[in-house]
Ligand binder design. Structure first.
Ligand SMILES: *Cc1c(COP(=O)(O)O)cnc(C)c1O
Length: 443
């Protein structure tokens, strides 16, 4: 019989009965039994996040030059944090559950340059690479005005180097757009589920797009293989990259400031809950890491995955991390949420999340489209399907028995009226109008 890490499926199910429902592709809410344990050897250090923040600050003058729409934000790529009271009422009505506390939307859907959460990690890693090359071969100094990197001389320098990445769409968009702008040769290896409009947009910018008739893991594997043949090619490894993770992690201190500006307190008596859609894990994992540095035990992070692609849930539940895929458990990895169509989690993120993540839950595609429409109609925020996975989190936390149990264990039940829930909206502003209309018609 088919075994996974030496155990039969039935043995795995006996260890964790929730697996029955995960395998049936039913919606589940899973709380992490290792949450809060001390991590033996932390893989990332706080100073690394700080140094990533400083690097992004150095690049601000370049970003303004290359993307003038970022001028009002002084070249810092950041998204709004907004209240969504009408959506909150609507969710309460639809699900018959009161959402105690304040409900906010973090609009990474509207991050400048590439309109998704990938504008954090992806752009950061390319900028870091550009800085290394410019310092080594172009005389750039840390104290220079980085606006000079937009000059023809630097473009000429960068054109001798290439960048490659494997993606379901949005990472490819971020890497493609910033790399092409700097002058790099750039190749994006796209999985079958990547949307045509994303490929077209990249092609129009001079990005080489290679398509595969297979899922995300294949696109990454092919990209990695091809890039390894060229010593001047930097492969952005979504499954293992520390730099991507650090770029994402910089979101946390910015969120902290936004909350402060809105006079929202986060402390022991005012818990913060954050709901993050998860694909391979880099985005939500990096942000969770940053949030844990910024708020420690006062923040509770949950990942959201499609019922057909619960790779991180399986990786954490079994403790097998990247050594298990959804297909091993008979799950097909077929979802309309293209940013989340990932069958195997990042090894780096899965092991980091072992003690940091409060839990995860799964959501059906049908519900993503319902929530998409409701978010558009109640608040006027137009998001892509993946981005709605977070919106189901507060309902599940407050109504699923496992969610209630978590709140009880953490002694949070009587603090919920002072709590804040942040739904992390991960993409949407670049979706073409006809595509958005199609999404809106699907519920
Ligand atoms: C990539 C992506 C995610 C998840 O990020 P990972 O780093 O793959 O976990 C969520 N939503 C959207 C829209 C994305 O593009």
């Amino acid at each position: 019989m088919h075994k996974i890490a030496g155990l039969s499926i039935n043995a795995w199910k006996a260890k964790d009965p929730i697996l029955n429902n995960v395998m049936k592709m039913n919606e589940v809410f899973w709380t992490n039994p290792h949450y809060g344990n001390k991590q033996e050897n932390p893989i990332v250090q706080a100073e690394q996040v700080k140094s990533a923040e400083e690097r992004l600050n150095r690049f601000a003058k370049y970003i303004i030059k290359a993307f003038p729409e970022t001028e009002p934000m002084e070249g810092i790529i950041e998204s709004p944090l907004v209240e969504i009271p009408f959506m909150q009422k609507n969710l309460e009505k639809s699900y018959g559950t009161k959402i105690a506390g304040k409900l906010l939307l973090k609009c990474d859907s509207h991050l400048p340059i590439s309109g998704s959460i990938k504008a954090r990690g992806g752009i950061y890693e390319v900028l870091k690479r550009a800085e290394e090359i410019a310092m080594k071969h172009g005389g750039l100094k840390r104290t220079d005005n980085y606006g000079i990197l937009a000059s023809d001389d630097y473009k000429e320098l960068f054109s001798k180097y290439s960048i490659a990445v494997g993606s379901t769409g949005n990472l490819g968009m971020s890497i493609g757009i910033i790399s092409a702008k700097l002058g790099f040769k750039v190749t994006v290896h796209m999985s079958a589920d990547a949307k045509q409009w994303k490929k077209d947009k990249l092609t129009s910018l001079g990005v080489i797009v290679k398509e595969y008739d297979d899922d995300y893991s294949k696109a990454v594997e092919e990209g990695r293989k091809e890039a390894s043949l060229d010593p001047d090619c930097h492969f952005i490894d979504d499954e293992n990259s520390m730099d991507l993770l650090l770029g994402y992690a910089t979101a946390a201190t910015r969120l902290k400031k936004q909350l402060k500006d809105m006079s929202i307190t986060v402390d022991e008596d005012h818990p913060l809950f954050v709901y993050l859609p998860c694909g391979v894990g880099g985005g939500p994992g990096g942000i969770t890491y940053g949030l844990k540095l910024a708020f420690e035990d006062d923040v509770h992070c949950f990942f959201a995955e499609p019922t057909h692609s619960p790779c991180m849930t399986l990786g954490l539940m079994t403790g097998l991390h990247d050594k298990v895929s959804v297909q091993d458990f008979g799950i097909d990895n077929k979802t309309e949420a293209d940013g989340l169509a990932v069958g195997r989690p990042s090894a780096l993120v899965s092991s980091m999340m072992t003690t940091m993540l409060s839990g995860s839950y799964t959501i059906e595609d049908r519900r993503l489209f319902e929530l998409l429409k409701e978010m558009a109609e109640t608040e006027g925020h137009y998001l892509e399907p993946s981005a709605l996975a977070g919106a189901f989190g507060p309902i599940q936390l407050l109504s699923a028995p496992e969610g209630r149990e978590y709140l009880m264990d953490q002694k949070l039940l009587d603090k919920m009226n002072q709590s804040t829930h942040v739904i992390w909206a991960t993409g949407g502003s670049m979706v073409p109008k006809d595509m958005m209309e199609l999404y809106l018609s699907k519920s």
